[in-house]
Design a binder for this molecule. Structure first.
Ligand code: PGA
Length: 266
C-alpha cells in the first residue's frame, strides 16, 4: 500500500502579505526541477497572508491551509475564523492541535474532535497534530499519550472517513528545539499510531491514513525520517520559513516517494 507522501510547512506568525509573492516565486522556481506529481505540498500561512498565498500559489502544485479554525460554522465568536471562511480563502487544509495551540491557547483534543468534524463536513482536510511532552517521554508514557490523543480526536468518526484526516506526529519536546527525534524513536511512535488505527478502524483504513513527522526537521535530517516505512511526509517549521529550505525538503520527500513506490511495486 503506498500512501501519497506530503511535504508541508506552517509559517506560524511569520511572513506578512508583502513577503508572500517573493517566497512563492523563489520556491516555485526551485521546484521546477522537481517532479512533485506524486506528493502533496502545502503551506500554512497566517490568516492575513492567506489571500496573497492563494494568489501566489494558484494553479501550482502548492496548496494552502489555515493554522487553526473554530468548530462552529458561523456566529458570535469574536476573533475567530470558521472552516467555510478558510475554504473561501482558498484553503484545502487546516492544521489542528498544534502544540503551541495546546500550550498557550487552551486547545483540547475534545475541541479538536469537533473541529475535525467541521473541517471534514466543509471539505477541508484536517491535519491533526499529536505528540507527547518531555515529561511524558521521561516517564515512559509516550505511546499511551498518543493513543489517547488520537482516540479523542477521531472519536465517533466512521472508519471510511479516517483516511481523509492527516495525522502529524510532532513530539512536543522536539518542536522549535535543536534536534529532531531520532529515526528509531520516530519509527517506534509511528508504528504505535498505525497499530492503533488498525485496531480501531481496521487494517485497510490504517494502511491508507497518512502520518507525518514534524519537530526540528531540516534538509539534513529529513531524508532519514521520510525514508521510514510508516512516515508519510514531513511537516516543517523554521527550516521552511526560507523558500530554499522548503524547496530542499520538498525535493527530499519527492525522492522518497519514488523509492517507496518502487518498493511497493516489487
Ligand atoms: P520546527 O516546528 O520545525 O521549527 O521545530 C515544527 C512545528 O511546529 O510543526
Amino acid at each position: 500500500m503506498t500512501r501519497r507522501l506530503m511535504a508541508g510547512t506552517g509559517w506560524k506568525m511569520n511572513l506578512r502579505t508583502g513577503e508572500v509573492a517573493g517566497y512563492a516565486a523563489r520556491l516555485l522556481e526551485q521546484l521546477h526541477a522537481v517532479d512533485t506529481s506524486a506528493i502533496d505540498v502545502f503551506v500554512l500561512p497566517p490568516y492575513t497572508s492567506l489571500g496573497a498565498a492563494a494568489t501566489a500559489f494558484g494553479g501550482t502544485p502548492v496548496a494552502i491551509g489555515g493554522q487553526n479554525m473554530h468548530w462552529e460554522e458561523q456566529g458570535a465568536w469574536t476573533g475567530e475564523i470558521s472552516a467555510p471562511m478558510l475554504l473561501d480563502a482558498g484553503c484545502r487544509y487546516v492544521e489542528l492541535a498544534h502544540s503551541e495551540r495546546l500550550q498557550h491557547f487552551g486547545e483540547t483534543y475534545e475541541r479538536v474532535r469537533s473541529k475535525v468534524d467541521r473541517a471534514l463536513a466543509t471539505g477541508l482536510t484536517p491535519i491533526v497534530c499529536l505528540g507527547e511532552t518531555a515529561e511524558d517521554r521521561r516517564e515512559g508514557r509516550s505511546d499511551a499519550v498518543l493513543a489517547s490523543q488520537a482516540a479523542t480526536a477521531l472519536a465517533g468518526q466512521p472508519a471510511q472517513r479516517v483516511p481523509d484526516v492527516v495525522l502529524a506526529y510532532e513530539p512536543r519536546w522536539a518542536i522549535g528545539s535543536s534536534e529532531a527525534a531520532s529515526p528509531d524513536y520516530v519509527a517506534a511512535r509511528h508504528t504505535t499510531l498505525r497499530a492503533l488505527l488498525s485496531e480501531r478502524f481496521g487494517t485497510e483504513v490504517a494502511g491508507r491514513t497518512r502520518i507525518l513527522y514534524g519537530g526540528s526537521v531540516t534538509p539534513d535530517n529529513g531524508p532519514a525520517l521520510v525514508a521510514l516505512d510508516d512516515v508519510d511526509g514531513l511537516f516543517v517549521g523554521r527550516a521552511a520559513w526560507h523558500p530554499d529550505g522548503f524547496a530542499r525538503i520538498v525535493a527530499e520527500v519527492a525522492a522518497a516517494a519514488q523509492v517507496k513506490s518502487r518498493r511497493s511495486d516489487r
